[in-house]
Ligand binder design. Structure first.
Ligand SMILES: Cc1cc2nc3c(=O)[nH]c(=O)nc-3n(C[C@H](O)[C@H](O)[C@H](O)COP(=O)(O)O)c2cc1C
Length: 268
C-alpha cells in the first residue's frame, strides 16, 4: 500500500481473529524480522517472534499494556533494547515501524504493548533467560473484521500548524508556506504516526537547508516516539524525491519553560 494511504488509515489493531497466521505468512514474518535484526543490531536492538501467543497473554493479562490491559493476539514480537541509551530507543521505534509497515502489506495487524509494569521475574518466566532487555511487545495477527455498523474508534491528531515552525518557536508555519516548499503532503500525513499514549510529542522547525526534529521533554520522554516519526518522515520524503536520512543531534533546549530535545536534522 502506498505510504500516504497507509498512514492515513493506520490504526492499532486491538482485536485479532482467533486464528494462527498461515504457515507462509508466519515464515515471511520470521524472514522480515531476521533482515531487520541484521540492520538494527548495531543499536543493540533485537526482535524475536513468539509463536505461542496464548501462553504470553495468560501470563501478562492484567499486568502488561496501558493500565494492565493486555492485548490478546495469536503471536507476539518481543523487542529487546537498551532503555538508558537514547539511540537504542530511537532506532527501536524506527525499526519497529518498518516491521509494522511490512506486516501491514501482508494484511497483518499490530499493536505495540508496553511492558513497563512487568517485573524481571515474570519476564524471565514468560520469555526465558536474557529477557531483562525486553521492554516492548508487538501483538500481531489477522485483524477481526469490523462491523460496518460499529462506530470507528479514531485517535485524534494535532494540526500541522501546531507541530511545525519556521526558524524558531516564535513562528508557526502556515499551510500555504509549506505547500510552496513542497512539504504540505509530507507534514499532513506524518502526523498519523503512532506514539506512546498518543502524546504526539514531535515538533519540527524548518530552517534554510534542513529540518529539525524536536521532542517535548515532559520528564517522561519516550525516544521511541522520535524514531517512529523519523521512519515515516524518511519514507514520505522519498515519495517527494528526497533521500536524506536523519542525523542525530540529541541536545536539550528550553523555550517558554518547556524543555525540548533536538533529536536530529534532516537535510533538504
Ligand atoms: C511505544 C508505544 C507503546 C504503546 N503501548 C501501548 C500499550 O501498551 N497498549 C495499547 O493499547 N496501545 C499501545 N500503544 C499504541 C498507541 O497508544 C497508539 O498507537 C496511539 O494511541 C495512536 O493510535 P493508533 O495507533 O490507533 O493510530 C503504544 C504505542 C507506542 C508507540
Amino acid at each position: 500500500m502506498n505510504m500516504m494511504n497507509f498512514l492515513k488509515t493506520r490504526k492499532s489493531t486491538r482485536e485479532f481473529k482467533n486464528k494462527q497466521l498461515a504457515e507462509n505468512d508466519y515464515k515471511k514474518v520470521d524472514e522480515i524480522i531476521s533482515e531487520i535484526n541484521f540492520e538494527a543490531q548495531q543499536y543493540l536492538i533485537k526482535m524475536k517472534l513468539y509463536e505461542n501467543g496464548e501462553n504470553i497473554f495468560q501470563n501478562l493479562k492484567g499486568i502488561a499494556g496501558y493500565s494492565g490491559v493486555m492485548i490478546e493476539s495469536p503471536h507476539y514480537v518481543a523487542l529487546e533494547n537498551e532503555p538508558i541509551k537514547p539511540v537504542s530507543m530511537i532506532y527501536s521505534g524506527y525499526f519497529m515501524e518498518k516491521l509494522i509497515t511490512e506486516l501491514n502489506n501482508l494484511g497483518i495487524g499490530t499493536c505495540w504493548i508496553s511492558l513497563s509494569n512487568v517485573n524481571s521475574e515474570l519476564k524471565k518466566k514468560v520469555f526465558g533467560e536474557g529477557s531483562e532487555r525486553l521492554n516492548y511487545l508487538l501483538a500481531i495477527g489477522y485483524p477481526k473484521p469490523k462491523s460496518p455498523f460499529a462506530e470507528e474508534h479514531f485517535s485524534e491528531r494535532i494540526g500541522v500548524e501546531e507541530m511545525v515552525y519556521i526558524d524558531n518557536f516564535e513562528k508557526n508555519v502556515n499551510i500555504d508556506e509549506l505547500e510552496n516548499r513542497g512539504l504540505g503532503d509530507l507534514f499532513f500525513y506524518v502526523r498519523f504516526a503512532p506514539s506512546t499514549l498518543n502524546k504526539q510529542p514531535w515538533r519540527f522547525i524548518l530552517h534554510d537547508g534542513y529540518i529539525e526534529l524536536l521532542l517535548i521533554d515532559d520528564g517522561n520522554i519516550s525516544y521511541i516516539d522520535a524514531g517512529i516519526i523519523m521512519y515515516y518522515f524518511e519514507e514520505l520524503a522519498k515519495i517527494q524525491g528526497m533521500n536524506s536520512q536523519w542525523e542525530l543531534v540529541l541536545e536539550q533546549i528550553e523555550h517558554k519553560n518547556v524543555k525540548y530535545i533536538i533529536v536530529g536534522k534532516y537535510k533538504i
